[in-house]
Design a protein around this ligand. Structure first.
Ligand SMILES: [Zn+2]
Ligand SMILES: [Zn+2]
Length: 228
């Protein structure tokens, strides 16, 4: 049956569409060789590549989360996987990203003993436009691979305009009040892994971390698939 399916629908690389020997590979050797972990020295707090212990941003800014790490460098192949997940709903692309996230969490002490995974939520209007929330897919996959629950305790009841043109202070103002904790009891004293697809300025994950801690969470660590 499987052989017949492979004959009818030859498996191709998720990124470059080259023929694959086995469907399970999902990426051709060439594309796979181009995805890499962040290497070298990085900021202890936010994970940005930097010489020394802390980056410039963290030296004069206090993020609410304990730390933030990303599974992959934002190279061309990873960029295409993120895009495929976000805009084409290519779940296989998300699975590859989530695998990397889980491998990171499982091999680093700083991600030990967490109680739950929570995705950065999308406002329902935007979710309707796009069809689904890519961060939720990553969070679900990560949670199930780590064997802990994925919670939808954080909601986004307020629509916020695009963040891309705003500076840090404006972003924070724009986001303040955008999120809500549905059931504070469910996060009380819990250590939470907050999940997003790409870390850019950290404003959104910072705002949600603050909200989770204000509502009784014990600790928040941020895990993203990639870092812009
Ligand atoms: Zn390829
Ligand atoms: Zn930093």
């Amino acid at each position: 049956m499987k052989a017949l399916l492979d004959l009818l629908y030859p498996p191709t690389c998720l990124v470059c569409r080259k023929r694959l020997e086995q469907a399970e590979d999902r990426l051709c050797p060439d594309c796979r060789s181009q995805i890499s972990r962040p290497e070298g020295e990085h900021c202890r707090k936010c994970g940005s590549p930097v010489k020394g212990s802390y980056c410039e941003a963290c030296a004069d800014f206090h993020y609410s989360f304990k730390l933030c790490r990303s599974a992959y460098q934002y190279g061309d192949v990873v960029k295409q996987l993120v895009h495929a997940l976000k805009y084409e709903e290519l779940l296989g692309a998300g699975d590859i990203l989530a695998e990397g996230m889980q491998e990171y969490c499982s091999t680093h002490k700083s991600f030990e003993d967490y109680d739950a995974v929570i995705p950065v939520p999308l406002h329902r209007v935007r979710k309707r436009e796009r069809g689904y929330n890519q961060s939720e897919h990553l969070a679900r996959k990560l949670a199930s691979r780590l064997g802990i629950p994925c919670s939808n305790a954080v909601t986004r009841p307020h629509y916020t305009s695009s963040q891309t043109r705003l500076g840090r202070t404006e972003r924070s103002k724009n986001l303040s009040g955008a999120f809500r904790v549905r059931n504070p009891k469910s996060i009380r004293d819990k250590k939470i892994i907050l999940v997003d697809d790409v870390f850019t300025t950290g404003s959104t994950v910072n705002e949600i971390s603050k909200l989770l801690l204000d509502n009784g969470a014990k600790q928040v660590a941020v895990m993203t698939a990639a870092r812009a």
